[in-house]
Design a protein. Structure first.
Length: 480
């Protein structure tokens, strides 16, 4: 018995000594690691402080940096992967604006949209060997809104103008505008930026050329007399808009990356459902697909903004990409039927239009007003890169014949017999917005409600809702 007790005591002592030795070893190993991390942190901080001090010395009292700026500068340094990011007074000016209270709803909306767009960008950039950080450029370009149309006619999440889009094989016709297709336009921007980087050997200059054009950057380099300059070295020779473009890009990259540090939370959007990406080689009705997966047509179009006619015009030779949100009520059998159901062939809409010769003293704005079109449409139809137009130039002005109100239609209307159609009697219920509510969710709760009707009845211009907001929801009671 005594031998057993002695053996147990001996084993306990050996285990204790082994454990103590392991702890000492871990402590010995941990201490240099901690010292290394602390040293790296101090070096980062010193580097940022020196950088900010040099800026302050150059600009005097015009620039004031705080301890928070040092912290932000360190975070930006750690964000760097392939594209060099610098924190300076130009970046600070935009960053202060983006983290302000006034910008909070806008930034939270961007965060919500980024949850859909960024994974797609990251997938394509990895495939095409473009730096992951380029994804933030789309926020500067379009605020992640594929319907954004600039005054120069640029369109889509990456804001391609007509001529550049054609050069990168993006289709634009009466069925589809692939500048709005998140996949195809991202492949196109990957190709553009790869070519620009191969030419300038500087990622920030490649991004700058996306704003002002590669020719503009080439001319700036020639004027500067420098060989292989960086963006910051070349900045004084670039247009003012481009000088601001990169600071905006760095500021928006930081805020979206460190949103939690500034109490920003993603806002709910219509693009939050899991989805499937299908290649369709036939004509498919978007409305039928929406019904099969139990979502509204508006949401289906939000996922597929490139299609103009609520139909997918896929063929065996040129299949089209269809993004299908998979909601809880989605039915695979119904989806199969919707994708394979015979639809009426789309009748090609005739494009009516006129050639117009610019007269002395006329501007694009005046011509657009005269023909009831937009300046952006004139720019796109005529592949113009600026609003200036020379006297004697011939412009093409088009409109779909189906949309044109002509004298024949007016005559038919005047000859029609007056009939009194049944009038729907509509009552309204009031819905109080709760946390997590979206227009899509509210519309799905009330029979017959649609997002478009909710927006119209409540004068809502976008998808942003506030907690406690009162929303009128139409309820059709019958006919009188």
């Amino acid at each position: 018995m005594e031998n057993k007790i002695s053996l147990l005591l001996l084993m306990f002592v050996m285990v204790f000594q082994t454990t103590t030795a392991q702890k000492r070893t871990r402590n010995v190993l941990r201490k240099p690691l901690q010292q290394s991390i602390q040293k790296q942190f101090e070096q980062e901080r010193e580097s940022v402080v020196l950088q900010l001090d040099s800026i302050k010395e150059a600009y005097g009292a015009q620039v004031d940096f705080s301890y928070d700026d040092v912290l932000i500068g360190q975070r930006i340094q750690r964000m760097q992967k392939t594209i060099p990011l610098e924190y300076n007074h130009l970046v600070k000016a935009y960053l202060d604006k983006y983290i302000s209270r006034n910008y909070k709803p806008y930034m939270e909306k961007l965060l919500g949209l980024s949850e859909y767009y960024f994974p797609i960008y990251e997938q394509i950039f990895e495939e095409t060997h473009v730096p992951d950080e380029v994804k933030y450029l789309s926020v500067v370009e379009s605020s992640l809104n594929p319907h954004t149309l600039s005054s120069s006619g640029a369109l889509g999440p990456w804001q391609f103008i007509y001529g550049t889009a054609k050069g990168y094989n993006l289709a634009m016709d009466s069925y589809v505008d692939e500048r709005k297709d998140v996949y195809l336009s991202t492949y196109a921007v990957s190709k553009y930026l790869t070519e620009a980087y191969d030419e300038f050997n500087d990622w920030l200059l490649a991004l700058a050329s996306y704003n002002c054009g590669r020719g503009c950057v080439r001319r700036a380099i020639q004027r500067s007399g420098m060989h292989a300059p960086s963006f910051w070295e070349l900045s004084p020779y670039l247009p003012q808009e481009t000088r601001n473009y990169i600071p905006k890009y760095i500021a928006i990259s930081y805020v979206l990356k460190h949103a939690e540090s500034h109490q920003l939370a993603a806002q709910a959007t219509d693009l939050q459902s899991p989805y499937r990406v299908l290649m369709v080689d036939r004509q498919v009705d978007l409305n039928q697909v929406a019904q099969a997966v139990d979502c509204s047509l508006e949401v289906m179009q939000a996922y597929n903004p490139a299609f103009k006619r609520k139909q997918v015009n896929g063929t065996v030779e040129q299949p089209k990409r269809l993004i299908v949100p998979m909601l809880e009520g989605a039915n695979d059998s119904l989806l199969y039927v919707a994708l394979h159901q015979q639809t009426h062939p789309m009748v090609e809409k005739k494009l009516a239009g006129v050639h117009y010769t610019v007269k002395a003293g006329e501007t694009l704005a005046a011509i657009a007003k005269k023909h009831d079109v937009s300046v952006s449409e004139l720019l796109a139809w005529n592949d113009l890169s600026s609003k200036s137009v020379s006297v004697g130039k011939t412009l093409w002005i088009e409109k779909e014949e189906a949309q044109r109100v002509d004298t024949k239609l007016a005559s038919n209307v005047s000859k029609a017999k007056a009939t009194v159609a049944p009038v729907k009697q509509t009552a309204y219920v009031v819905h109080t917005v709760k946390k997590g509510d979206t227009l899509t969710g509210i519309a799905s709760r009330y029979k017959g409600a649609t997002i478009a009707q909710l927006k119209a009845d409540n004068n809502i211009k976008n998808n942003h809702l506030s907690i406690g907001q009162k929303i009128k929801v139409a309820q059709v009671k019958g006919r009188i």
